[in-house]
Write a protein that binds this ligand. Structure first.
Ligand SMILES: CC(=O)N[C@H]1[C@@H](OP(=O)(O)O)O[C@H](CO)[C@@H](O)[C@@H]1O
Length: 730
């Protein structure tokens, strides 16, 4: 272990550029690009150590500041399975960046010792960058860091963030067939570990899905709008979407016509455009073509977020954000799970920024509570892993869908002609006991969906164990924080969960049958015997569902809630299914499998999400207006407040309440009480040096007023600097 080169490089190229303490925030390090080269160098060092720790698997280093202005930049590290850097390594990153120049080597040695790294293992870092002018220079700094510890770099140059996540996962997945536990998808091969492989995977699955579009039932108009205008934020997303578009040539499918604006040819990255601009300011981006266009989407600067928008008949701007995307996708998957007859548990994860109307839609209309976790994709991602199909979206449009290996296996079973529907398996015995217990205190619970053996969707509360930190903040009365859990526990826990999920896929059938029998006996004692629907009634019901295209368009979440009350259960194996039933189950399974391949399961991906939304709308013959009618958003407003030290704001309850500074939460509460449907919270940003304020209320004027009041309180009570915040103009 010789760190002489590291010392030399620090002295002669990358001396520390600030005395301020930095932390590996919501998504890595970000800041003004002219003072980041030394951070990049140190992250190169860390990426190499992480690769050695992961037995030489590729680690990703993405140079981007996403939606931040063009003069900022940043870096995010990507783990071998394509997910964000493991939480226990985030603190190593923070320590390394905050060390004085002379202490860097000691911190490196501590990391090597703490994580028991075999330094002789060869390591590799996969590097990519967005289109910022500073990215070339910063990429060199990362490379210098990696090479200073004798590791190597593979430079992909310009990629979107999700493309690099995909490539890292594909590479490691393909290399370690025997270690599939670490990989997100067993179907990935070495050919997938490239930009071309990414396009091939997405386009093949997407075109396959579109090809399954049936003809509309008589009298039902296909309202799908095949043309979409995409705001590329003048960034990498515009360039790469053009690459994907050129592959969308279908023989059996009619792909959408994608037109790209703000493509970077004459505009500035993220300036008056991009998903963040559209979402936060709730207005169309600069350069939006109006004539003849009906449907639009906007990507952010590194293409990991997408939001939709359109103009209604009165010409008013209408936003369909991550919450609306989550609802559309959830209802689609819920329908397919029901039609496939599979026992798959679906769950939805949101953050405090989810519009109250979306949460209410699911909780009150559909009687389904929603899991709320702190801001930052890592929290949503880990929580979504608890389900067979875990759907998560931030309101800003960052989100994806995760399929468990159990889900993959059960779907494949149907495609292999095995129609036996396995009864639902709980996550772990301890959870089963608790979640079926009576009169218990409701603690850290959240909701999952499952199907009964007839394929009807049921809603089930899942109790999250104490050592499952990612979903700990689901219920406000519990007042718990992710921060309560020691970092190392988080890491251990994640590993344990992966093992557990994998475990399901290898339980032999007979064991399953015995287990189900035992479980059924237990349940029979606790609940009244469910009624059994006679066979031909089931067939008739399925037929009705198949024939009724209109019904398909309704949110199946409603159906799910209705079915909870009916408690109908029927067991049947393949021989008992009619050919028509088999056909409809196979079709649903095919759609599920193709949809799971359109999605980038490593991280939110604007391109993949756009394709999925387009596929859902197309298969359902649905217009953007019909989708928008799911529910009406509550008017909301986001503001930023500059303070001397944003960390004086500490939050609790999934960031919905602040515990410091003293008295601020009470002031917010009393402001909120003055507004109908009022809700507001504040939190320090993890990516910008600001405190974020969020407010919603019954009217836009009230949401603006409430946000303004709360912003003023933050300014006064949390050490505001500069001009006091002004009320935003509507
Ligand atoms: C309100 C908001 O949109 N916050 C964003 C933003 O984080 P902040 O910690 O709020 O700066 O950037 C994150 C990374 O892209 C994203 O995960 C998050 O949702």
């Amino acid at each position: 272990m010789n760190f002489n080169k590291v010392k030399d490089k620090i002295k002669n190229g990358y001396p520390k550029g600030t005395d301020r303490s930095l932390s590996y925030g919501t998504a890595g390090f970000r800041g003004p690009a002219n003072n980041l080269d030394w951070v990049m160098f140190r992250m190169g060092l860390l990426g190499a150590l992480r690769s050695k720790h992961q037995h030489g698997k590729a680690i990703g280093a993405m140079i981007t500041a996403s939606h931040n202005p063009i003069d900022d930049n940043g870096i995010k590290l990507i783990d071998p399975n394509g997910e964000m850097l493991e939480v226990s390594w985030e603190s190593a990153a923070t320590d390394l960046v905050n060390a004085g120049d002379v202490d860097v080597v000691n911190v490196l040695k501590n990391i090597v010792a703490k994580f028991e790294i075999d330094f002789s293992i060869p390591a590799i870092v996969y590097l990519a960058q967005d289109t910022r002018p500073s990215s070339d220079m910063l990429s060199t700094a990362v490379r210098d860091g990696v090479e200073a510890v004798g590791a190597s770099v593979k430079d992909f140059h310009l990629l979107t963030t999700p493309q690099l996540h995909h490539i890292v996962n594909a590479q490691n997945s393909a290399l370690s067939n025997s270690e599939q536990v670490d990989a997100m998808s067993s179907s990935l091969t070495a050919a997938d570990a490239s930009e071309e492989g990414y396009y091939a995977k997405l386009s093949e699955a997407f075109l396959g899905l579109l090809a399954l579009k049936g003809s509309s039932a008589e009298g039902v108009k296909d309202e799908y709008e095949a043309e979409i205008y995409v705001d590329g934020a003048n960034g990498i997303g515009a360039m790469k979407l053009a690459g994907l578009r050129s592959r969308l040539i279908g023989l059996d499918a009619k792909p959408p016509i994608i037109r790209i604006f703000n493509d970077g040819k004459d505009g500035v990255l993220n300036e008056n455009c991009g998903a963040d601009y559209v979402k936060v300011l709730q207005k169309p981006p600069k350069g939006t073509p109006i004539n003849g266009a009906v449907k639009y989407a906007a990507f952010d600067g590194d293409a990991d977020r997408v939001v939709y928008f359109y103009f209604d008949q009165a010409g008013a701007f209408r936003l369909l954000d991550g919450d609306k995307i989550a609802t559309l996708i959830s209802s689609f998957f819920a329908d397919l799970v029901r039609e496939s007859g599979l026992s798959l548990k679906i769950g939805i994860v949101q953050t405090a920024y989810a519009n109250g109307a979306s949460t209410r839609y699911i909780e009150q209309e559909l009687k389904v509570p929603v899991v709320c976790v702190p801001t930052g994709v890592k929290h949503l991602h880990h929580c979504a892993k608890q389900y067979d199909i875990g759907i998560y979206f931030e309101a800003n449009g960052h989100g994806t869908v995760l399929f468990s290996s159990r889900a993959d296996m059960l779907i494949q079973n149907i495609l292999d002609g095995k129609f036996f529907s396995e009864p639902y398996l709980p996550l772990a015995p301890s959870q089963t006991e608790e979640s079926h217990g009576h009169g218990r205190h409701r603690k850290n619970s959240h909701v999952g969906f499952k199907t009964d053996d007839k394929g009807d969707l049921l809603v089930e509360e899942v109790v999250v164990e104490k050592d499952q930190p990612e979903c700990k903040v689901a219920e406000s009365e519990d007042n718990m924080q992710v921060g309560d859990v020691p970092k190392d526990e988080l890491a251990l826990n994640t590993e344990a969960k992966v093992d557990r999920v994998e475990g399901f896929s290898i339980v032999p059938k007979d064991e399953l049958a015995l287990k189900h029998e035992a479980e059924k006996e237990e349940e029979d004692e606790a609940v009244p015997m469910p009624s059994v629907i006679p066979k031909d009634e089931v067939a008739l019901k399925l037929e009705r569902e198949l024939d009724d295209a209109q019904k398909k368009r309704q949110s199946s979440l409603v159906h799910m809630v209705q079915s909870i009350h009916s408690h109908n259960v029927e067991f049947f194996d393949a021989e008992e299914l009619t050919e028509k039933e088999k056909e409809s189950r196979t079709l649903a399974a095919k759609k599920l499998q193709l949809a799971s391949r359109v999605i980038n399961q490593t991280v939110g991906d604007a391109m993949a999400d756009l394709l999925l939304v387009e596929a859902v709308l197309s298969l359902r013959g649905m217009s953007i207006r019909q989708w928008d009618e799911f529910y009406q958003d509550l008017p909301s407003r986001q503001l930023k407040v500059k303070v001397a030290d944003r960390n004086v704001i500490q939050t609790t309850d999934a960031e919905r309440k602040c515990s410091t500074p003293n008295g601020l939460q009470q002031t917010i509460d009393s402001a909120v009480r003055r507004y109908q449907s009022g809700r507001a919270f504040v939190r320090p940003s993890g990516t910008e040096d600001v405190v974020r304020v969020y407010a919603e209320a019954d009217t836009q004027e009230n949401a603006d007023k409430l946000a303004g009041e709360v912003a003023s309180s933050v300014f006064q009570m949390a050490g505001g600097v500069g001009q006091p915040p002004a009320r935003p103009s509507v």
